[in-house]
Design a protein around this ligand. Structure first.
Ligand code: PEP
Length: 249
C-alpha cells in the first residue's frame, strides 16, 4: 500500500553545471524505474535542475525554507520563491539544521505549517544523537520531534507529510543503523503516528530511513516492513551510487 520513496539530499554540493550533469544522469538512469524519487539540490541550482527533471519521475525538492512568507529575513529563502522555481517538496528539520543551525521543534513546526499551506510536500526529519541513543532516549527524542514537528497538522494534511528517520550518528559517518535498529524506530514512529492520527493515516505515511545508505545496504534496509524508502546524502551525489539505491529491488 505504501510505495518506496527515495530522496537525494545534495546538501551544499555542486555548481550549476555539476548539478545539471547529475540531474541529467539521474533522469537517464531512472527512466522507467518504478518507485518515487526526489532530488534536493542547493537553492542556487534549483533553477538549473528544474527543467531537467520536469515531467520525469524525479521530483524537485528544496533542503529548507524560511519560517515566514516574505520580509526582512536576510539570507533566507521563501516558500513563494521555491514555488516560483517549481519546487514540489521541502525537507525540514534535517539534523544539520537542528544541531548546526540551532533550529527548534517550534521553528520547524512553523515551517511545516507554512510549507503545507503553500501546497508543498514536506519531508520532516527526526532522529537522535549518539549521546541520546546511549542514554536510552532514542524513542523519546523521536517521539518528541514527531509530535512537536506535527503540532497542529491534521490527518488530511498527513497525505503531504513524509517522515525521515535519520539517526544523527549515522549521517555522513559511514555508520549505518542496522536494519533491525532502524526498523525498531520506524515501527515505534508509526505507533506515534497511530496515536496522533489513527491507524489508517499511520499505515499510509511513508517513513524513510537516512544515514549512510549505500547500494550495498539499501535492499536490506528496505526489506524491513516499516522502512519505506531512503533519504540519501553522500551516495546521492553520484548517479553511479544513487541509481542503484533507487533500483534496490
Ligand atoms: C542526510 O544528510 O540526510 C544523510 C542521510 O546523509 P548520508 O547519506 O551521507 O549519511
Amino acid at each position: 500500500m505504501r510505495d518506496y520513496y527515495i530522496a537525494g539530499n545534495w546538501k551544499m554540493h555542486k555548481t550549476r553545471a555539476e548539478a545539471a550533469d547529475l540531474a541529467k544522469a539521474l533522469v537517464d538512469g531512472l527512466k522507467g524505474a518504478k518507485h518515487k524519487y526526489l532530488v534536493a539540490p542547493s537553492f542556487t541550482a534549483l533553477e538549473t535542475v528544474a527543467p531537467i527533471v520536469k515531467g520525469t519521475n524525479i521530483r524537485l525538492g528544496a533542503q529548507n525554507c524560511a519560517q515566514e512568507e516574505q520580509g526582512a529575513h536576510t539570507g533566507e529563502v521563501s516558500v513563494l520563491q521555491l514555488k516560483d522555481l517549481g519546487v514540489q517538496t521541502i525537507i525540514l528539520g534535517h539534523s544539520e539544521r537542528r544541531h548546526v543551525y540551532g533550529e527548534s521543534d517550534a521553528l520547524i513546526n512553523k515551517k511545516v505549517k507554512l510549507a503545507l499551506k503553500h501546497g508543498f510536500e514536506v519531508i520532516l526529519c527526526i532522529g537522535e544523537t549518539l549521546d541520546e541513543r546511549e542514554a536510552g532516549a532514542a524513542e523519546a527524542v523521536c517521539e518528541a520531534q514527531t509530535v512537536l514537528g506535527l503540532a497542529g497538522i491534521t490527518a488530511a494534511d498527513m497525505a503531504n507529510i513524509v517522515i525521515a528517520y535519520e539517526p544523527v550518528w549515522a549521517i555522513g559517518t559511514g555508520k549505518t543503523a542496522s536494519p533491525e535498529d532502524a526498523e525498531a524506530i520506524h515501527a515505534f514512529t508509526r505507533k506515534v503516528l497511530t496515536n496522533l492520527y489513527g491507524k489508517d493515516v499511520a499505515e499510509k505515511t511513508i517513513i524513510q530511513y537516512g544515514g549512510s545508505v549505500k547500494p550495498e545496504n539499501a535492499a536490506q534496509l528496505m526489506a524491513k516492513p516499516n522502512i519505506d524508502g531512503a533519504l540519501v546524502g553522500g551516495a546521492a551525489l553520484k548517479a553511479e551510487t544513487f541509481v542503484p539505491i533507487c533500483k534496490f529491488d
